[in-house]
Design a protein around this ligand. Structure first.
Ligand code: ZN
Ligand code: ZN
Length: 151
């Protein structure tokens, strides 16, 4: 049984924050309070929060932040490979776990569940895919209705 706690350990979070700071510096981006709070809201949680959830959480600490800024920051963090986007807009969610894994996405409530089957550790890329270029990321999503929604 995998760890089902909603939050990752302090040690794991520190490792993600170190990576975040290193990548920001490498790009010449300032590690602002705002950028760090937005990253942390996703990185500290296993819940795959939506931009709105991140916005509501960050606003408690930084009342001037706008939803637009949160979206823009999340997209830039995704571009930097610090976060992954799961699902499709407007129900998209953000994932701070950049280790390869698959997701079950509920099409009704938008909940996202992590799946860590061993076969996704090293995703098998078909030869046809390689013909188009080099694969740097594989994303596997199973869509359906989650158990709480089926009740
Ligand atoms: Zn659901
Ligand atoms: Zn995930």
């Amino acid at each position: 049984m995998q760890n089902t706690s909603l939050f990752i350990s302090a040690q794991e979070l520190q490792a993600r924050l170190d990576l975040f700071e290193n990548k920001c510096r490498a790009r010449g981006l300032r590690v602002t309070n705002q950028r760090r709070e937005i990253f942390c809201a996703v990185a500290a949680s296993r819940e795959h929060p939506s931009a709105e959830t991140v916005f509501l959480q960050v606003r408690k600490k930084l009342p001037k932040v706008s939803l637009d800024t949160v979206y823009r920051t999340l997209y830039s963090l995704e571009e930097m490979d610090l976060l992954n986007r799961v699902g499709a807009a407007p129900k998209e969610r953000f994932d701070g776990n950049i280790c390869p894994h698959a997701h079950f996405v509920c099409t009704k409530c938008g909940a996202v569940y992590d799946i860590f089957p061993p076969q996704y550790d090293v995703p098998d890329v078909p030869r046809e895919v390689r013909a188009f270029g080099n694969v740097c990321r594989v994303s596997v999503q199973f869509k359906g209705i989650c158990k709480p929604c089926r009740k």
